[in-house]
Design a protein around this ligand. Structure first.
Ligand code: GRF
Length: 211
């Protein structure tokens, strides 16, 4: 069988680090899903006031905050992220609304072990405000994507996508609310497939093996 199992050889359950800058509804979905084979071990934020941190505390998950302004460069910040994740023994990372781009300092340490959830059907509408981009463009269908993270903006190999129709009267917010419903299903599912050893990566192409 061709393709790489990104988590082959890692101890189970997989200790997951979640990076989040915002309200943390995707983090909550991962916590609530109790994904088989995955233990949420750390929630790390670049924003001390992030709602995600409060959600983690309520769930008894360790939290850390690293503020970018305390570091001289993006690379120094990313090195601290790596050190913190290592200190908490995490080997898999989920970006759940983490609003910063990661440099190779981080990505080389967690190659194919960082997944992101993006509120659009990649490669459409990368970057910030994807639901607003979709409304502005007038597309009839958008959605969400769970993908491995590479050095680009929402460009990494796609694990899963879900479609969401755009209504004529949608605003960016009403659309984003419906996209989140799909994200909350897809992100825990993708983490479960990874933990079950069902994901194979071959260059840009990701296959999810049947159960
Ligand atoms: C999600 O829509 C995610 O796709 C994007 O940021 C948003 C985070 O939302 N990257 P939340 O903090 O998980 O509610």
């Amino acid at each position: 069988m061709t393709g790489v199992d990104p988590v082959a050889g890692l101890p189970r359950p997989l200790r997951l680090g979640v990076l989040a800058s915002g309200s943390g509804s995707n983090l909550q979905a991962v916590l609530d899903a109790a994904v088989p084979g995955v233990v949420p071990a750390l929630v790390l934020s670049d924003k001390p006031a992030a709602g995600a941190l409060e959600r983690a505390r309520r769930a008894g998950v360790a939290t850390e905050v690293l503020r970018p302004r305390d570091f001289a460069s993006r690379e120094a910040f990313d090195a601290a992220l790596v050190e913190t994740l290592r200190r908490h023994d995490t080997h898999l990372v989920a970006l759940a609304g983490f609003m910063r781009l990661l440099t190779p300092v981080f990505l080389d340490e967690f190659r194919l072990r960082v997944v992101n959830v993006h509120p659009a059907l990649c490669p459409s509408f990368p970057g910030l405000n994807a639901p607003a981009q979709a409304v502005g463009w007038g597309v009839k269908v958008t959605g969400c994507t769970v993908h491995f993270v590479d050095a680009g903006v929402d460009t990494g190999p796609i694990i899963a996508q879900a479609a969401v129709p755009v209504a004529d009267d949608d605003t960016a917010d009403t659309l984003h609310d419906r996209i989140r419903v799909e994200e909350h299903r897809l992100l825990p599912a993708a983490l479960g497939w990874l933990a079950a050893g069902r994901v194979r990566v071959d260059g840009r192409h990701v296959r999810v093996l049947p159960e």
